[in-house]
Design a protein around this ligand. Structure first.
Ligand code: FSX
Length: 381
């Protein structure tokens, strides 16, 4: 685990007030280098290259906002994931674009100095700081099951969110309760949105970035969007950014043609599995799971679970731990199969086929708008 050089005290005033472009310039980064950063940010936000000049104009003038990151009931998988981001890298995000004033796992400060850093950021940047949360919050028995510096998670969250500008729930635990919330949920774990609805914490603009863990470039992409535009991206009914969670895994899966042809692996070691056929009958939850694993992939775009021969387990959807076995098919395709319409037997499949058709239409429109823009082109602007 890399340890970032986050101090227990605030950044020097000069660093706070410098814009991102000024800061990079002072560090000897050229305009070209800055545009590369912006191109990476555009890619991370799933925006076309034509947006890079607008992103450069916006990012060029922003000063570094204060970010307070709270970790509650979780496995630290979300932070492990974040540290593997390459678009933009976590280093460039932390050192150049944000001031990460509090993060248990990454900060150098400990104990009282760490808590003082959180309190100072809250006081100095009242109404402006961003709160990122990973992990769910235990509400049973007065919240005693998880404490930090002697403060229960719910008390720390309530205090920190009160004067925040917005909240980003990172991971399925913070977004929906996740693993701690699975039956029988002994700690009474809930997600951040639930607490806002219950009136337990202040209601703030909320972005959910689910996944167990979430894809690293989706985490940094959402932060980059907020930094660039100062607003939250367009969200779906579960508060997930549509740019990343608008399609299902099934919509974009490279094995989709086998699904449409009715070619399914029946076991993990049969001929179909060896030939890379669809994993639907082996329990793949791709048709009902919204995320960008099939296109963004993991480990710098290397692969994703289905490419390794394992079905999607649906980790970016609420209650996925309790939604039936990971190896149970959503429903069973029957009869002669040959077209997408024939395979649409059962709610999950029908939903998958319909949204795939809708997204194919959207994609052809998006492809028509796509244009090639190089860094050299951008430097001319
Ligand atoms: Fe949960 Fe994240 Fe899964 Fe783990 O912080 S979303 S258990 S990857 O660590 O919260």
């Amino acid at each position: 685990m890399m340890v970032m050089g986050i101090k227990g005290n605030q950044l020097p005033e000069q660093d706070r007030e410098e814009t991102l472009e000024q800061r990079l310039k002072r560090q000897g980064v050229s305009r070209r280098g800055f545009l590369k950063f912006c191109a990476a940010a555009a890619s991370a936000m799933a925006l076309p290259p034509s947006m890079v000049p607008a992103i450069a104009a916006a990012l060029g003038s922003v000063t570094r906002p204060s970010v307070i990151w709270l970790s509650f009931q979780e496995c630290t998988g979300c932070t492990e994931s974040l540290t593997r981001s390459h678009l933009p890298t976590i280093e460039s995000l932390i050192f150049d674009a944000i001031s990460l004033d509090y993060h248990h796992t990454l900060q150098a400060a400990a104990g009282q100095a760490a808590e003082e850093a959180r309190e100072m950021a809250m006081e100095k940047f009242k109404g402006e700081y961003l709160v990122l949360v990973d992990g769910s919050v235990p509400m049973a028995d007065g919240g005693i099951y998880s404490t930090i510096a002697g403060i229960s998670n719910i008390d720390m969250l309530r205090d920190t969110v009160e004067n925040a500008a917005a909240v980003i729930s990172v991971g399925s635990c913070a977004a929906f309760g996740g693993l701690p919330n699975a039956e029988p949920n002994p700690t009474g774990a809930v997600g951040i949105g639930d607490l806002m609805e219950m009136g337990e914490i202040a209601s703030k603009p909320l972005i959910n970035v689910p996944g167990c863990p979430p894809i690293p470039v989706v985490i940094t992409g959402v932060i980059a969007h907020y930094l660039t535009f100062g607003t939250i991206p367009e969200l779906d009914h579960l508060h997930r950014p549509k740019s990343f969670y608008g399609d299902t895994i099934h919509d974009r899966c490279y094995r989709r043609t086998f699904y449409d042809q009715g070619k399914f692996a029946e076991s993990f070691d049969d001929e179909g599995a060896r030939l890379g056929w669809c994993l639907y009958k082996l329990g793949c939850k791709g048709p009902t799971t919204h995320n960008v694993c099939a296109t963004t992939k993991w480990n710098e775009g290397t692969s994703f679970p289905i490419e390794s021969g394992h079905g999607c387990i649906g980790c970016s959807e609420p209650k996925f731990w309790d939604a039936g076995g990971f190896y149970e098919a959503l429903s069973e395709p029957t009869g002669a199969l040959g077209t997408a319409a024939k395979t649409a037997v059962g709610v999950g499949v029908a939903a998958g086929a319909l949204s795939a058709w809708q997204n194919l239409s959207k994609r052809s429109g998006a492809a028509a708008e796509r244009e090639k823009v190089t860094i050299d082109d951008l430097e001319q602007k």
